[in-house]
Design a protein around this ligand. Structure first.
Ligand SMILES: [Zn+2]
Length: 232
C-alpha cells in the first residue's frame, strides 16, 4: 500500500513538473520541438529524423529552416516515376561554406541527416586535431536505380530511393585532401580524422559503412537511412 502511494505521488510530481520541463529543456532535448539541423546527435534526434520519413511536410520544413540559416542550399525537384520512383526529392548543392564535387539528389530525410552530418563534422575534425575547417566534400552519388552491390537479383539498394550517399574524400580550407581510399590507414593524423568523420556518420545516419566493412567500400563511406546506428 505504501509503495502504491509512493508511485502515485511520483507520477503526480512528474506530471506537475512537465510544463516547466518542456519550457526549460534545450530544443535538442525536447521531444515536442521540431527537429533543427543543429540539434545534438542522440536517440531523440535519431527518433525525430526517423519520424520525418512519414511526414514529408515536416521534413521539408526542417530543410527550409536550415536553408534560411545558411546551413544548406537545395532546390525542390519534381517527383520521378519509373522503376525507382522518388516523391518530392531535393537537390543539395552545398552545405553553407562546404562545397560539393557536384550536387546530389536526396530523399528529404537523407538531406536532413546529411546537413546534420556536415554541421557536426566541423567540430569532429577539430577534436581529431585538424585545425583547418572542412571546405569541400567529394562524393560519387546518391541516387542510382539498382540492387544492392549491382546484383541481378535481390533487394533494391538504398540508392534506389535516394536514401544513401557515398563520400570519397574531404578537402580542408588549407587545400589538403583526406581521401578514404588513400588515407584510411595512414598518415596517422589523416587516418584519425577520417575515422572521426566515419564515426560521425554512425551518429547521424541509419547506417555507416566504411573500408573496414568490405572491399566494396574500400574507396568510400556509404551513409544510408536504413537501420538505426548500424556501423561497420
Ligand atoms: Zn553506397
Amino acid at each position: 500500500m505504501r509503495i502504491l502511494l509512493m508511485i502515485i505521488l511520483l507520477v503526480l510530481a512528474g506530471w506537475w513538473s512537465l510544463p516547466w520541463l518542456l519550457q526549460h529543456l534545450p530544443p535538442g532535448w525536447n521531444p515536442f520541438t521540431p527537429l533543427a539541423v543543429t540539434d545534438p546527435p542522440g536517440w531523440l534526434t535519431r527518433y525525430k529524423i526517423k519520424r520525418l520519413a512519414g511526414d514529408p511536410a515536416a521534413c521539408l520544413d526542417v530543410m527550409r529552416r536550415a536553408q534560411r540559416s545558411g546551413k544548406v542550399q537545395f532546390s525542390e525537384e519534381p517527383t520521378r516515376q519509373g522503376a525507382c520512383p522518388l516523391a518530392q526529392p531535393l537537390r543539395v548543392s552545398s552545405f553553407g561554406a562546404v562545397m560539393l564535387s557536384s550536387s546530389f539528389l536526396a530523399s528529404c530525410p537523407l538531406a536532413v541527416a546529411s546537413t546534420m552530418y556536415v554541421v557536426q563534422s566541423q567540430a569532429e575534425l577539430q577534436q581529431a586535431g585538424i585545425n583547418s575547417p572542412l571546405q569541400r566534400i567529394a562524393h560519387v552519388g546518391s541516387y542510382a536505380c539498382r540492387n544492392i552491390y549491382h546484383r541481378q537479383e535481390g533487394r533494391l539498394s538504398e540508392h534506389a530511393t535516394a536514401d544513401a550517399w557515398d563520400i570519397t574524400g574531404f578537402q580542408l580550407a588549407n587545400g589538403r585532401w583526406l581521401r578514404v581510399e588513400k588515407h584510411w590507414q595512414q598518415p596517422q593524423d589523416a587516418s584519425a580524422a577520417l575515422h572521426a568523420l566515419w564515426q560521425n556518420g554512425c551518429a547521424n545516419f541509419g547506417n555507416a559503412l566504411g573500408p573496414d566493412y568490405n572491399a566494396a567500400h574500400a574507396s568510400h563511406f556509404h551513409f544510408g537511412m536504413r537501420g538505426s546506428g548500424y556501423c561497420r
